[in-house]
Design a protein around this ligand. Structure first.
Ligand code: UDX
Length: 439
């Protein structure tokens, strides 16, 4: 199949490269000339394990190309995927669809014949209807089949998630569109991933429902973690104890400093807006959004409290700045709120992240960014591990403790055991577990 992918962000670039890998001819289109030029030189705009190799291999095989010219990209393809950004609108939290509609207008102008137009961007219910209206009004001479195909890949595990998804969701009421989409996903279906065919509006809703449900799951275990701390329980055992119930499932039950990233915060807000517009409130998501927002800063306050009555001038080492490991993405990262809370009380921050430092530089004024974990902790009064990068899982804890002014460890991702931290001389504070006092 011949595919055009509009937008080379996370979803567009990974989807485009993976479609090429399974044998399709893909042309990726982006307005950003610098980005396209760099992609042609195999310089990736994002850090994602395996992506550069995947793109290079498919460029060499002649299955993927890059252009800024949308008309050139769309000419003669079987399907065009819209994978542009849908950020939160600053004014009200609604998804900003201006990029989606701009791309739609350009597709209408460039289309040369019957075309399946696929929304892969996360778009609110009813967006497909509007895309269809724009296309058919602009080009009544052409048959457009607008289809929803949300993407569920996670950053850091994007290629594996795309190639072996738990499911593929395709929303269309038209048999011809369904046939084109079935052809595109055939290799993935043959590899064992089920395809859910449904109506377009339902498909749009599935994406939001999935992200909202996962946000609820994380927030639930985070609040259980707080209760564990209050009653003397261990949240890791609670996760295991409930997760082995196959109706609950064990994934996404890791307690932490709150969820971040480019999807959960934005998509939960957008779902709430849709619910409000249709006067069908989803109160549980409303609460989750508030609880998660409060939690991030509360983590900073927890560190402050341990620093004593006068935290001003003290130094906290922060390890891990990105919203999760294996990405350089800092969007809505808990580290931002935690660091802000500490800085507001006059605490100095020294931080390290394996991939996020470049982005962090612009977002975290006043933070001293250093080359490694051991540099970060020198003379520090506390250490907070905020993101669970593998690099931080095997730290030489006795060495860390000896470098610090005070051996105080906040393990916000529960990657160490209380015993090993205590043996290294730390006062150890984890999430949803007992705090072990030194000595
Ligand atoms: C998410 C969805 O998982 C994916 O399906 C969708 O397409 C995009 O949004 P992503 O944002 O890349 O993916 O990351 P994810 O792995 O889901 O993590 C999101 C946030 O939740 C991170 O901040 C992570 O640290 C946090 N999280 C996740 C937890 O705190 N505990 C968990 O158990 C799992």
């Amino acid at each position: 199949m011949r595919i055009a992918m509009i937008g080379t962000g996370y979803v567009g670039l990974v989807s485009g490269a993976c479609f090429a890998e399974i044998g399709h001819d893909v042309i990726c289109v982006d307005k950003d000339a610098g980005k396209i030029e760099r992609l042609k030189q195999n310089i990736m705009p994002i850090y994602e394990p395996g992506l550069a190799e995947l793109v290079e291999r498919n460029v060499e095989a002649g299955r993927i190309a890059f252009t800024t010219d949308l008309a050139e990209g769309v000419a003669g393809v079987d399907a065009v995927f819209i994978a542009v950004g849908t950020p939160s609108r600053k004014s009200d939290g609604h998804a900003d669809l201006s990029y989606v509609y701009a791309a739609t207008r350009e597709i209408a102008a460039a289309a040369t014949g019957q075309l399946v137009v696929v929304t892969k961007s996360t778009v609110p219910v009813g967006t497909g209807d509007e895309v269809e209206r724009i296309l058919t009004e602009a080009r009544p001479d052409i048959r457009f089949m607008v289809t929803s195909n949300p993407e569920f890949l996670r950053e850091g595990a994007a290629i594996g998630d795309f190639m072996k998804p738990d499911r593929v969701v395709i929303g269309t009421e038209e048999d011809d569109a369904r046939a084109v989409m079935a052809g595109i996903y055939e290799p993935i279906e043959k590899d064992g991933s089920p395809i859910v065919y449904t109506a377009r509006r339902t498909s749009e809703l599935i994406k939001y429902a999935a992200n909202a449900f996962l946000s609820i799951k994380i927030t639930f275990i985070n609040e259980i973690a707080d209760l564990c701390e209050a009653v003397g329980g261990d949240v890791r055992d609670v996760s295991r104890g409930i997760g082995l119930d196959s109706r609950i499932g064990s994934r996404f039950l890791n307690a932490g400093p709150g969820y971040g990233g480019s999807c959960f915060p934005k998509d939960t807000l957008a779902l709430l807006k849709t619910a409000e517009d249709f006067q069908s409130p989803i109160r549980v998501v409303d609460v989750v959004v508030q609880v998660n927002e409060t939690r991030k800063r509360a983590m900073g306050r927890k560190v402050l409290k341990a620093l004593g009555d006068d935290p001003r001038g003290k130094t906290v080492a922060v390890l891990g700045l990105t919203f999760k490991p294996n990405t350089d993405d800092m969007r809505e990262a808990p580290s931002l709120s935690i660091i802000q809370a500490l800085q507001d009380s006059g605490v100095k921050i020294r931080a390290h992240d394996p991939e996020g430092m470049e982005h962090a530089r612009g977002l975290l004024p006043g933070v001293e960014l250093v080359d490694g974990p051991y540099e970060a902790v020198e003379g520090a009064d506390a250490l907070a591990i905020v993101t669970e990068w593998d690099l931080y899982r095997g730290l030489d804890l006795p060495r860390i403790a000896s470098l610090m002014a005070k051996p105080l460890l906040f393990d916000m991702r529960n990657i160490y055991s209380g015993e090993e931290a205590e043996a290294a001389g730390f006062t150890y504070v984890a999430i949803g577990r007992k705090t072990t006092a030194k000595g």
